[in-house]
Ligand binder design. Structure first.
Ligand SMILES: C[S@@+](CC[C@H](N)C(=O)[O-])C[C@H]1O[C@@H](n2cnc3c(N)ncnc32)[C@H](O)[C@@H]1O
Length: 292
């Protein structure tokens, strides 16, 4: 496993949960409420943060297929669901690739599948799904990937919920003169090929997804889900600032000295306990009108 990715996903989970749009979550919960058992597909599920956020909000019987290319993250997902379920007083059973969590208002079966989602040709993945979801994914995928997923959702009459798509708008306080430069370089890096269908939609992903789903006949709603990260969340800020600098240097190696100097000053603000960071995200929910 990429242990740094596992660590990052663990660090961000609380901020993700605080930032997500409760209104869009409620919309989607209402859309899938009529089904006795809700069949959910969670794409690029990582260690399962999206399941831990949604399961109790969807309530009732749920069958999740959770897909990621990283087998170790999927193993971590089962361990974390086990801890999460026990912590909330549920009965939890974990098998080799599955996990069942049961309680008075929740009956949740989770199956993990290791698969590279580079292309979305496998219709079986989508067959019979009522909800297709992903968190922190869409900015990594290409426009054609988004068009394909809208088509699959349309073919299955499935609703969609995509949370925490980075939208390119971040601010840091106190300000530094190179903040805008580094943000521009980072955003450019976000549009390189991330292995999901070609050049990534990057900061435009939520807008492109909105267009693809609208053209496919869906009702589409978007809402802000920005992170507001306080000085106390030092580890998370540290990884963010390191990541911005790393990506900016990769895109513009000739600006390395400027970027390194900027990085040093941002870390000084962090160490002094007065660094505030806001990272812009969008949530998107889409569903087909009943008559369609
Ligand atoms: C930013 S993480 C988000 C993980 C999780 N959804 C969450 O919110 O914590 C992106 C995830 O995409 C997965 N991923 C990236 N490229 C992939 C690919 N080509 N096929 C399948 N999974 C992929 C990574 O392994 C990682 O788990």
């Amino acid at each position: 496993m990429d242990s740094s990715l596992a660590h990052w996903l663990q660090l961000r989970e609380a901020s993700d949960a605080q930032s997500r749009s409760t209104a869009l979550t409620r919309d989607i919960a209402a859309v899938v409420a009529p089904f006795d058992t809700v069949n959910v597909l969670d794409l690029a599920t990582g260690a399962g943060s999206n399941i831990r956020y949604l399961a109790e909000r969807l309530q009732g019987r749920q069958r999740w297929l959770t897909v990621d290319r990283d087998a170790d993250l999927l193993e971590a997902l089962l361990e974390r669901m086990h801890r999460w379920g026990h912590g909330r007083g549920y009965d939890v059973n974990v098998g080799p690739d599955t996990c069942t969590i049961r309680g008075p208002r929740l009956d949740c079966h989770i199956e993990t599948l290791q698969l590279n989602l580079r292309v979305l040709h496998d219709r079986v993945l989508f067959a019979g799904r009522h909800l297709v979801t992903a968190s922190a994914l869409l900015d990594l995928v290409s426009e054609s990937w988004l068009r394909d997923i809208a088509g699959h959702c349309r073919a299955e009459n499935a609703a969609a919920l995509f949370s925490l798509t980075y939208n390119g708008r971040s601010t840091s306080e106190p300000r530094e003169p190179e903040d805008d430069l580094v943000l521009e370089l980072f955003n450019r890096h976000q549009t390189t090929d991330k292995g999901l269908g070609g050049l990534a939609a990057g900061p435009d992903a939520a807008a492109v997804a909105e267009q693809c789903f609208t053209e496919a006949g869906f009702v589409v709603r978007r809402a802000a889900s920005d992170w507001t990260i306080s000085p106390a969340e030092r580890d998370m800020q540290r990884l963010l600032i390191d990541g911005w600098a790393h990506a900016a240097r990769e895109i513009a190696p000739r600006r390395s000295r400027t970027i390194t100097a900027w990085h040093g000053r941002r870390i000084q603000h962090l160490d002094a306990g007065h660094s505030h960071v806001v990272v812009g995200h969008d949530d998107l929910a889409a569903w087909l009108p009943r008559s369609t």
